[in-house]
Design a protein around this ligand. Sequence first.
Ligand code: S3P
Length: 439
Amino acid sequence: MASYTFQSSGPLGGRLRVPGDKSISHRSLMFASLAVGESTIEGLLEGEDVLATAAAMRQLGAQVERGEGSVWRVHGAGLGSLLEPHQALDMGNSGTSTRLLMGLLASHGFKATFVGDASLSGRPMNRVIEPLSQMGASFEASSGGTLPLMLRGALPAVPIRYRLPVASAQVKSAVLLAGLNTPGITTVIEPVATRDHTERMLTGFGAKLEIGEEDGERIIAIHGEADLQPQRVVVPGDPSSAAFFIVAALIVPGSDLVIENVGMNTTRAGIVEALRQMGGSIDALNPREVGGEPVADLRVRHSALTGTEIDPALAPSMIDEFPVLFVAAALADGTTVTSGLEELRVKESDRLATMAAALKLAGARVVEDEDGLTIHGTGGEKLPGTPEGAAVETRLDHRIAMSMAVAGLASRDGVTVDDTAPIATSFPTFVELLAGPGA
Ligand code: S3P
């Protein structure tokens, strides 16, 4: 394990770009693999999670190559023409790869085995096994509905109408992807809207989707046996990666940083709203569209943050940003209360428990509740940092490692993180970029 101590050495300034959006990167490889002909992908996130998807699509028969200028070229095999994988699909740390591919393969007539690392092997898969079984697929999972698991797809699968019991874009996407190769219309009902990249991108690739609203719920219907057309995909910068630099600039005195090309899709931008509510100075400059998604350059200046109560309704639009929001709260004036965050317990780690322990070790005042954290901020005073010889535990969770790295920038004695290797799953250039703008 590569432990590392993060310390502040000055304000963050200048301009930087974060890598491509992880959710969009996974989907671009998958959907391009289902279109007959060559798609190109610019700005693909070259992190381990996305590379796991690329490797899986190759095992399923697509040609996936990194070409000149980091443009990826994908020759799709065609929907319904994927090949049975002869070896287990190794999903590494990636829940998105696993759940979306389980959906896709549920309506293909062969078997596939999914394996992953220790973190992924503890995460719940029943949430996708359940609807996909209704569609006709069968599963042999490890106890508790976890990886390793074997899936046997159904051909033809049966279309269903499914109301999501948890607010999860992964579950929604799994059902929609299964619906792609299923005769008839498959419908997902979302009581609470989650990220909509699957809907936007599948429409872009030529699938027929109808999206409506009934009684405040989102209804998404997909017509099966689609004929996908190859596309040129341009991936915008990942707001979830930008969030670490947004918070870093807000809490390090003197900072004035521009983060370029950040995805601002409203189903993802909750963190900006929450931080502004805390008094953060974040200006969205030059708003425009990249690859069918709204993007902007974010100018972030050091700000005196105030504790607040975060509306649980914001959670789906910032579900991956809570670890770094907790860091902002630890430096704010007053108390920040979060609730309705049970889902954080089943991410790459139990993010409520892991962040509570990590922040306490760094000297913050945190109370862990069942469904959220309550954090009493320092009012802008530096956190003490981790005691000599002690390191925060990241538990194979990239976002814990990066959040606590950011906490280190606003600490007296530095924050030691036990293992920085997981950062490469979503943001391989993080440490290098953090060292760049003065930190
Ligand atoms: C993702 C959905 C979210 C998120 C994950 C990426 C996606 O998971 O946490 O990092 O790309 O669909 P859930 O759907 O489990 O909330």
